[in-house]
Design a protein around this ligand. Sequence first.
Ligand code: ATP
Length: 304
Amino acid sequence: MITAEGLTKRFGDKKAVDDVSFTVKPGSVTGFLGPNGAGKSTTMRMIVGLDKPTDGSVTVNGQSYGTMKAPLTEVGVLLDAKAVHTGRSARDHLRAMAATHGIPNSRVDEVIDLAGIGSVARKRAGKFSLGMGQRLGIAAALLGDPHTLILDEPVNGLDPEGVLWVRQFVRYAASEGRTVLLSSHLMSEMAQTADHVIVLGRGQVLADAPLDELVRSWTTATVRVRTPRVADLAVAVAGPATEIVSTGPESLQIIGLDASRIGDIAADRGIPLHELTPTTGSLEDAYLALTGDAVEYRSMEVAA
Ligand SMILES: Nc1ncnc2c1ncn2[C@@H]1O[C@H](COP(=O)(O)OP(=O)(O)OP(=O)(O)O)[C@@H](O)[C@H]1O
């Protein structure tokens, strides 16, 4: 369990993290989301003692990272995959880390295989591609078989096989009862990986909820209907709480009525339906709606 209470970090005038409180529970994958500069990395750095909070506190299983006797066996961290001693081979880098904790070399070989870097383990880490560096960073995080994993953008630069591996790995780790906090800007990936999400914006918590609840709260459920009698159906379902959008000569999007009710109304009037599909919004839709006002670095719109 990771517990942040009133966690605050100021860099000069800038409050990068502003009175943030949350708990990250074991047994599930918690996604950490937010626009560029929202404070995710700074929060993660404070969890593992790389940045000192200006105010507040953060603990992992009740202990602050700095007081842990063997941190590698408690918390696996991937923060900056490029922060590797470039002259050493990947294997030597991991062996050097392992030696600080009395972790046997056999475990080094295990994590090398787990992360899929066996064929390059004797190469200098400085020559690694972004994706290979990322895999090495993940191997390092797993070295001490920790109960808690903190992974900042772990799929950044990974090929599709690597992305799938990370997803399956963190899901498995959570199923074993581990605590997993994971940041990513890839919403489709996050939607498949996380059970719970914490969204930061301008250093503050904008949402802290189960993923499906967040999507339900921040998107609109609609029903896509196809019928040769669109006009009749539109009249039949019309009401003060119903919004009807024509999406084609034989299709409608209906908001405000669920699919079974629309089906019943159509059946009552003998209107044939060729399609009746409830659609919910995506995590990306929910995220964009939620963070709309908290985006600092907004790109220019591309003309359609
Ligand atoms: N060492 C530092 N000195 C000064 N400002 C910093 C420092 N580290 C972070 N910041 C600032 O703190 C804010 C939060 O940055 P942070 O890297 O935590 O955001 P983030 O949510 O991880 O962003 P991204 O998605 O771009 O990685 C930003 O405005 C950043 O410029």
